[in-house]
Design a protein around this ligand. Structure first.
Ligand code: SF4
Length: 689
């Protein structure tokens, strides 16, 4: 029997399902999906409902710890001593190596308020803009690409909008595993008769599932997204499918004309591109015609779009297609990035970028920066700071020495593990704030215990810009909440912070961020959730964006030239590895691997086409060595024709197989989002490790 409960928000994916967390004392006994939840309407998936044991797992670290060298054993200390040690080290490093030698990485697992306070610490106490978010490695191209074309770094719709779609195009996303509750809603619409187009190198479940068969599965070669979207656009433009009225009324015509001329060129036709993409031209033409000929066509995309050397270009290509066919600004349409973690959208909104203040205002914008300077009573730097990969490079150059990492296991999650760990080893003070001693903590000097979502008050913002409350049902196990620890560190560094509750942090965010002017805990409590922009113009929030005009005024088309990745297959590395996740695990598995239920104990496997397996003498369940230009690892093989011949696929949930040991440093040209989805590899049979 529950003794007390609160409505809160799931800490896993970007759907942001609402639950009632039922407690007996300090023990969580049940997560009950909330029928009134605006994102999930009473539904849930196995992760949100059952994978909660990590919150009380024995591996939780609940005492702050320090050590002078990473070869020393950890020493438990008081909060005051840990904070004083971290502050003195950061001060020493800045004194010795300069103001820009320290920085922080925020987490999309943390609340908006926790992220906001960390970026404030960096800007106000460190005095630089060296703050980045783990969204760098997932959806940073979404932020960039959508801002350039539509004017706002966010998806355009609500999840419920899919119920008005006539065609659903899913590009580089696997909603069944990654966003299960939204996938169920999407499937309901498909069973009602909406048509489905899937663009993915792998035959994801959605392609063929009970009562659903994709009209077209465009099984493209990894790394050729932009070639494919250009060939779809070619059909739209050359076969008369442009929505001329929409484009004339809503878009920048000079940019449209330039784009139209570009995609009309024969070199972008499906026939010209089929040797590049591997997708038969007739299939591309049929898919393009279907997409462009229905009243409402909606695009949903994921990391298969963003995690490429042309991730930002592909996001722009998707926005171009939506605008050209008039599929923006009403229900059933839109450009919909499926955000991975629970608060990817929020961590970006909160200004944890080295070039942007909260609300996506550039640090060089004197007016925006002036407002923060007045509120924070400090002079801020107008110079862009370091992105995560820049921090790693600067560390190897001896210029970056101190890092505060909030809730992200960069040593496991970021690409080219060898490069990351070499960079971490070159730093002199790493402060890790987390629930567990993760892979990154192996390189840390200070460990500050984090709090699970059950131990905190605050807000998460889901993939549809919906800000929902996270409510505390138990005290922080360490006695100190995450924002409180950050605040202590700021004070110890000499910059005063005096919040007494996260609602005060949100009030400050609202004062300083135009799209949040109308947001408060009271309003969210009253309405259940609000979707930003929420301000005087939209006091109850904005479910659909760009309804009468684009945020930037006229929608801007951008030319999207296809540039092949530099990651090439050759005789030594003849296969292309691409990556993804499974339903029962979550990212680096810090939470899901710590559940009591054995059904969760999966392993990362290498999916390989039976033909590729046969020529290598590999049979089902064999151990295989996987070698790339970056490194090598071992895992078990799984033979399946879900993947094309020439392509292999794995997940990245376990440190044992460490998929990122083999991913490379290639990244998106605009945002440095890593190219996780294209790695040239060879697979060979090995004996059991
Ligand atoms: Fe949590 Fe996502 Fe599952 Fe909803 S769909 S319960 S937000 S993991």
């Amino acid at each position: 029997q529950a003794e007390h409960s609160e409505i809160t928000t799931c800490a896993y994916c970007g759907v942001g399902c609402s639950f009632r967390a039922e407690m007996r004392g300090e023990e969580i006994i049940r997560m009950v999906p909330n029928k009134d939840g605006h994102a999930n309407h009473g539904h849930s998936c196995v992760k949100g409902r059952f994978a909660i044991g990590y919150a009380t797992h024995k591996d939780r670290i609940t005492k702050p710890m320090i050590r002078a060298k990473i070869s020393d054993p950890w020493r438990e200390v008081s909060w005051d001593d840990a904070i004083a040690y971290a502050a003195s080290e950061f001060k020493r490093i800045q004194g010795q190596y300069g103001r820009d030698s320290v920085g922080a990485i925020t987490s999309s697992r943390c609340t908006n308020e926790e992220v906001y306070v960390v970026q404030k610490l960096v800007r106000a106490a460190f005095g630089n803009n060296n703050v980045d978010t783990c969204a760098r490695v997932c959806h940073s191209p979404t932020g960039y690409g959508l801002k350039q074309t539509l004017g706002e770094s966010a998806g355009t719709q609500t999840f419920d909008s899919v119920m008005k779609a006539d065609v659903i195009m899913v590009i580089g996303a696997n909603p069944t595993d990654g966003h299960p509750v939204f996938a169920s809603q999407m499937k309901r619409r498909l069973r009602q008769g909406a048509r489905l187009i899937v663009a993915d190198p792998r035959r994801i479940d959605l392609v063929r599932t009970p009562h659903i068969e994709a009209a077209h599965h465009l099984s493209l070669r990894p790394g050729t997204n932009v070639a494919l979207i250009n060939s779809i656009a070619h059909v739209v433009v050359t076969e008369g499918f442009v929505n001329e009225d929409f484009v004339r009324a809503r878009c920048d015509l000079a940019s449209f004309d330039k784009w139209r001329i570009f995609v009309s060129q024969e070199r972008h036709s499906p026939e010209a591109m089929q040797d590049v993409t591997g997708v038969p031209a007739a299939e591309v033409r049929a898919a393009a015609r279907l997409f462009a000929s229905v009243p409402n066509a909606a695009i949903y995309y994921g990391l298969g779009v963003t995690e490429h050397s042309q991730g930002s270009t592909m996001v722009m290509g998707i926005a171009n297609l939506a605008m050209a066919t008039g599929n923006v600004g009403r229900e059933g349409v839109g450009v919909n990035p499926l955000r991975g973690q629970n608060n990817v959208q929020g961590s970006c909104d909160m200004g944890s970028f080295p070039h942007e203040l909260p609300g996506y205002r550039h640090v060089s914008d004197d007016v925006a920066r002036g407002a923060f300077e007045a509120e924070w009573n400090v002079k801020l730097s107008p110079e862009q700071g370091l992105r995560i990969p820049n921090m790693f490079e600067a560390a190897l150059d001896g210029e970056f020495k101190g890092l505060y990492v909030q809730g992200e296991d960069i040593a496991q999650s970021d690409p080219n593990t060898q490069h990351v760990t070499a960079s971490l080893s070159a730093m002199e003070c790493i402060v890790v704030q987390d629930l567990f001693l993760n892979e990154t903590a192996k390189f840390a000097h200070v460990f500050l215990p984090g709090s699970s979502f059950l131990e905190k008050d605050g807000t998460f913002t889901n993939a549809e810009r919906r800000i929902s409350r996270v409510r505390k049902v138990m005290s922080p196990k360490s006695g100190v909440g995450e924002w409180e620890a950050t605040q202590k560190l700021a004070n110890a560094l000499g910059y005063p912070m005096n919040y007494t509750h996260p609602s005060e942090i949100m009030d400050e965010i609202a004062r300083l961020t135009p799209t949040f002017h109308g947001v408060s805990f009271d309003k969210i409590d009253r309405l259940g959730s609000v979707q930003w922009p929420c301000n005087d113009a939209a006091p109850e929030g904005t479910p659909l964006m760009h309804v009468d005009a684009f945020v930037r005024g006229k929608g801007r088309f951008l030319v999207t030239e296809y540039v092949p990745t530099t990651e090439k297959v050759n005789a030594k590395y003849p296969l292309i590895l691409t990556t993804g996740r499974i339903l029962s695990q979550y990212n680096v598995g810090a939470q899901t691997r710590r559940t009591e239920n054995l059904a969760w104990h999966s392993e990362d496997r290498m999916e390989i086409h039976p033909h590729d397996a046969e020529v290598r003498g590999v049979v089902e369940g064999d151990w295989v060595g996987v070698t790339s230009r970056a490194g090598d690892t071992v895992m078990r093989a799984h033979l399946t024709d879900r993947v094309q011949a020439g392509v292999v696929y794995t997940t990245f949930h376990h440190p044992f197989s460490g998929a990122n040991v083999i991913t490379t440093d290639n990244s998106d040209w605009a945002t440095n989002c890593p190219e996780y989805k294209v790695t040239a590899v060879e697979v060979t049979r090995v004996s059991q490790p």
